[in-house]
Write a protein that binds this ligand. Structure first.
Ligand code: ATP
Ligand code: MG
Length: 251
C-alpha cells in the first residue's frame, strides 16, 4: 500500500494529503494539550469522539446552509475535508463570560453577556495566540473588510446553530472557537468553516447542574475527559446509549 504524505502534525490532529486534488485527510489524535501545550496528556478515545462530533456539527451546519470544509468521514479517526487557506485567526464567540475573558475583565464565570461577543486571536503558538482587534487584522492584511463581514456572519450563524443544538439536550453553549478557511472556485473565492467543532473548542455546561462537559475538565483536572465528551455525544444521539468510550465504538 502506498504511504500517504503527511502535510502537518498539530497538537490535536494530523493532516495527510487527500485522495483527490483540493482535499486533505484529518486524523484526530488522542493527545490533549492546554495552556499553549504546557499541560499535555493522551486521553484514550478523545480523537474518536471529536471526529464523530465534528462530523455531526459540520453536517448540521451545511444542512442549514453554512458552508464548511467537511466532505465525509472515512473511519473512526479520520475525515476527508476540503483543503483551504486558513485565515490566521481564532474566531471566538462568547455567550457567557468564562476563561480568559473573565480574567481579563473581572467578570464572574457564567455571567450572561448582553449579547454574543466575537473576539479574534492571532494564530501564533509562539506568541500564545494573542487577542487582536480588527485594526490589527486590517493593518497587517490578515483578512480584508469583506472577509471580516463574512467571518462575523459565519461566526454568529454557527453560534445560533450550536446554541440551539446544545440547548435541546440540556447543555449551555458558553463559548466556542472556530477557524475559517478560504477556498477558490473558478473566478470566485469564499470563506468556509474549517478545522473542527468539538468539545475541545467549545465550553459546554450542563444547564441543570453546571457540570463542565468540555476541555476545561482536562485543563482544570475535573475528572475523566472521555466520560465528559461521551456524555455530549450520547445526548446528541451520536453514540449509542451505553457508555462505549473506546473499543466498542461503532464505525
Ligand atoms: N480544511 C483545512 N485545510 C487546511 N488546513 C486546515 C483545515 N482544517 C484545519 N486546518 C489546520 O490543520 C491544523 C490542525 O491541526 P491541530 O488542530 O492539531 O493544530 P494545532 O496544534 O491546534 O495548531 P495550530 O496552531 O496550527 O492550529 C491546524 O493548523 C488548522 O489550522
Ligand atoms: Mg487546533
Amino acid at each position: 500500500m502506498a504511504r500517504r504524505k503527511k502535510i502537518y502534525e498539530g497538537k490535536a490532529k494530523i493532516l495527510y494529503e487527500g485522495p483527490e486534488p483540493g482535499t486533505i485527510v484529518q486524523y484526530f489524535k488522542d493527545d490533549a494539550t492546554a495552556f499553549n501545550a504546557e499541560k499535555k496528556d493522551v486521553i484514550d478515545g478523545k480523537g474518536v469522539l471529536n471526529n464523530r462530533l465534528s462530523e455531526y456539527f459540520m453536517t448540521g451546519l451545511s444542512q442549514i446552509g453554512v458552508p464548511t470544509h467537511f466532505i465525509r468521514r472515512l473511519n473512526m479517526r479520520e475525515q476527508l475535508v476540503r483543503n483551504c487557506e486558513i485565515i490566521p485567526l481564532e474566531v471566538i464567540v462568547r455567550n457567557y463570560a468564562a476563561g480568559s475573558m473573565s480574567q481579563r475583565l473581572g467578570i464572574a464565570e457564567g455571567t450572561q453577556l448582553p449579547r454574543p461577543i466575537v473576539e479574534y486571536c492571532y494564530k501564533d503558538d509562539a506568541l500564545g495566540d494573542p487577542l487582536v482587534t480588527e485594526e490589527h487584522i486590517a493593518a497587517f492584511g490578515w483578512a480584508s473588510q469583506q472577509d471580516m463581514d463574512d467571518i462575523l456572519s459565519l461566526a454568529l450563524r454557527v453560534n445560533d446553530f450550536m446554541s440551539g443544538v446544545m440547548l435541546a439536550v440540556g447543555i449551555r453553549l458558553v463559548d466556542f472557537k472556530i477557524e475559517i478557511g478560504r477556498v477558490y472556485e473558478g473566478d470566485f473565492q469564499r470563506l468556509i468553516v474549517a478545522d473542527e467543532i468539538s468539545p475541545d473548542s467549545c465550553r459546554l455546561w450542563d444547564i441543570e447542574t453546571g457540570q463542565k462537559l468540555d476541555k476545561d475538565v482536562f485543563r482544570r483536572d475535573l475528572g475523566n475527559l472521555t466520560d465528559a465528551y461521551s456524555e455530549v455525544a450520547r445526548r446528541l444521539g451520536v453514540l449509542p446509549k451505553t457508555n462505549v468510550a473506546k473499543p466498542t465504538l461503532i464505525n
